[in-house]
Design a protein around this ligand. Sequence first.
Ligand code: ZN
Length: 261
Amino acid sequence: MRIGAHVDPTDPLAEAAIRTADAVQFFLSDPQGWKAPQPREDVDRLRASDVDVYVHAPYVVNVATLNNRIRIPSRKLLLGHATAATEIGARGLIVHGGHVNAGDDLAKGFDNWRKTFAYAAEQGGFGVPVLIENTAGGDNACARKLDALARLWDALDGYDVGFCLDTCHAHAGGEELLDLVDRVKAVTGRIDLIHANNSKDAFDSGRDRHDNLADGTIDPELLVALIRAADAPVIVETPGGADGQGADIAFLRQHLGGTSA
Ligand SMILES: [Zn+2]
């Protein structure tokens, strides 16, 4: 099983080496900004590396919203990131499920997702698997609860859509982790990537604060059982820099390596 971490984008391969990570995830631009990704000097090294590369789209991207001034640039920014991710040989582009504003019709949000994939197809396709990630908060989210996720997948029927399951977001979002892999796969048919994070906050709190795997409000054994069941590559997005994440990667290798959870 490939296990890695979300790292600083300056030199991801060096960050991977420090953590003995098999995979890295990073941003290609300021996650809170609208700037398009800039060409990287380490393209050849990233492509040639044994380390698997994943790109996380900026947090500002919300292709679901009914607000044109957010949705249209979000679509373009997502496609721009997909193109840049393809260039560096990334295995996936992770993007949050997004939401509509209070009072807006969630059905339109799902249809806006469909239009995003249609737009990308018109432009020649994303080029890299787009992995939609479940989110922790909000009452109008497209991918917080599984019932919403099912409607999203219906709307995207016919497109090749990947899924990234974040364990902190699921717990804080109010989905029980026990047997979650089966319930997710019943909706999406696949789990392409696990974001393995514990949560500083309570079940269904709607809050998104990651914790190290052996800490937090989720039983670490439950986390391990979920990750084993998912049988997908794992990225930790946990605090503590190289030490904290390195310990989390070691924790997973130790517990997933054995025969009993
Ligand atoms: Zn995540």
